[in-house]
Write a protein that binds this ligand. Structure first.
Ligand SMILES: NC(=O)c1ccc[n+]([C@@H]2O[C@H](COP(=O)([O-])OP(=O)(O)OC[C@H]3O[C@@H](n4cnc5c(N)ncnc54)[C@H](OP(=O)(O)O)[C@@H]3O)[C@@H](O)[C@H]2O)c1
Length: 271
């Protein structure tokens, strides 16, 4: 607020709803009032606008109101600038990711090899991919599961017996898929097969931990390595999809083996 001196006027006046004695500046009184109203400039400005005064006091009031307005606008300007800066910073990583992301052609047909198609996510993915027009080879370990998959009656979905922890079995699966495709491209593999054995480390048999690694991690590496020549023949757009887990980022009590396998699995693929 401007400090207009009222000493020239031998009277008591009201400024912004405050009684001022002759010689008293509204700056001094204003301070007290601002403290009283929690330092709210807007309130003082509003009070000044509502107060009827004349002559020099009117000019002083207008100046005080303009000053309060300017201060208000200045604060709002900084707040808006800060909000814009925060929004830009928050959006920057996503914008950069979108700008720099590599794009690949998407094959709408061709072969897809899905491991662990006897149940859960793998079975659902295999069925949906087949219904979308891909020729799907879903792995199972038991003949009964192969029959169950066939019994679904989904066209383009073929069971393949394969244990991903068995290198020779994976090689046989590659040969079977190559023969069945007969030159048609293999456009993707989905490394889905996985197991867990949730036990505290203290009572965890080491052989069981090794088995989880054999399926969840070494199985993924083996299947990927053995199918890569077929995927390379397909060229751009051929995909390797590997099912990770939140356990690859955060481990919970009892998941020492499972989390241990999902951490390196999560590092194999980009998002
Ligand atoms: N469900 C979830 O909430 C969740 C969350 C995050 C990540 N995941 C991951 O998603 C994937 C599928 O999980 P899910 O919940 O669908 O599990 P699921 O229903 O237990 O299915 C696991 C599949 O893997 C197969 N499998 C197990 N050992 C195998 C081996 N040695 N060789 C070949 N196949 C084998 C199983 O076949 P058999 O029937 O012959 O045993 C089954 O088809 C796993 O990698 C899992 O870690 C799941």
């Amino acid at each position: 607020m401007h400090g207009a001196r009222l000493g020239a006027q031998p009277c008591t006046v009201r400024f912004a709803g405050i009684s001022l004695a002759p010689g008293e500046s509204h700056r001094e009184r204003g301070k007290t009032e601002q403290q009283h109203w929690g330092g709210c400039r807007g309130y003082v400005r509003e009070k000044a606008a509502r107060t009827t005064i004349s002559g020099d006091y009117a000019a002083a009031t207008r100046a005080a109101a303009a000053d309060a307005d300017a201060a208000c606008c200045c604060a709002m300007g900084w707040a808006a600038l800060l909000a814009v800066a925060v929004a830009v910073l928050a959006a920057l990583p996503t914008a950069l990711e979108m700008l720099l992301a590599r794009s690949f052609p998407v094959h709408r047909s061709g072969g897809v090899f899905v491991t662990g198609a006897s149940s859960g996510i793998g079975r659902h993915a295999a069925v949906e991919l087949a219904r979308s027009g891909y020729r799907v080879f879903g792995t199972v370990r038991k003949e009964a599961d192969a029959d169950a998959l066939r019994a679904l009656g989904v066209e383009n979905l073929e069971p393949v017996i394969c244990d991903v922890a068995d290198t020779a079995a994976v090689a046989q699966a590659v040969a079977a898929v190559t023969a069945a495709l007969a030159g048609e491209p293999l456009v993707a593999i989905v490394n889905n097969a996985g197991i867990s054995n949730d036990l505290p480390l203290e009572i965890q048999p080491l052989a069981s931990v090794r088995q989880v690694f054999d399926v969840n991690y070494f199985g993924v590496l083996d299947v990927t390595q053995q199918f890569l020549p077929l995927l390379r023949k397909t060229g751009p757009g051929a995909r390797i999809v590997t099912i990770g887990s939140l356990a690859g980022t955060i481990s919970a009590p009892g998941t020492v083996a499972y989390s241990g396998t999902k951490v390196p699995v999560c590092t194999l693929c980009t998002r």
